[in-house]
Ligand binder design. Sequence first.
Ligand code: VGL
Ligand code: ZN
Length: 211
Amino acid sequence: MTHAATDGSDTTGIQLNEHDAIVIVDIQNDFLEGGALAVQEGHLTVPVINSILPLFDNVVFTRDWHPPDHISFAAQPTYEDRSWPAHAVRNTPGAQFHKDLHVPEHALIVNKATLRDREEYSGFQASEIDLAKWLRDRGVLRLFIAGIATDYCVHHTALDGAGEGFQVFVVEDAVRGISADTVAQTWQILAAAGVTPVLSSHLHREPRTGR
Ligand code: VGL
Ligand code: ZN
C-alpha cells in the first residue's frame, strides 16, 4: 500500500467544521473588469467563492469603503508606491459587490479604509470593528481567505489573521492579483508566515444534520 491515491483523488483534503470561517476580500466592481482598479480575471473568483460559501458557518466579507478624498488616491498613480486611481468610494457603484456574488443574510460585512488618512488593506485593521475578536467570540480557529487582490488586501488579511493566531489558508483558485511579481512575493511571505495555499476542490464538509 502506498499513501498516494492512484485515482487522482486528493490526499490533502480538508474537512471543514464550525470552527472555520471564510473571509472574502473586496469582490467590488472597481476591482473587476471595467472598474477603476481592475484586477485581471478578478471575476473568475466569483463562481469559485459562491461554490464554497455554503461550506462555512462563519462568513465575512470585507470591502474597501473609501471617502472620496482618501490618501491612497492620486491623479498620477504609480501603483508601486501604493498610490492608486480613485476606487471603491463608499456608496458608489464601484464599491458595490459583484452582482453575482452570493452574500448570505448571516454574513458580516467589514468596511475598511473608511477614514481619509488611514490605509487599511486588511479587514483586521478596520476601524469600525475588531474582526479578530468577532471571530474568536464565535469560536473560529481556522480562516480561509479568498478574493482580490492577492498581492494587497488578500496578502495583508492573511498575514494579520496569522498574526492574530488563526490557522490561515488562502484559496488559490479563488484569488487574483494585480501584478505577477508582487503576487510571487506574496506567496513567499505568506508561506514564511505559516499560511497555506489550498484549492477549493480540497475543501469538504460533512453533511450537517439539524443543528
Ligand atoms: C486593494 C489596492 C488599493 C485591494 C485595495 O483590494 O487589494 N488594492 N485598495
Ligand atoms: Zn483601496
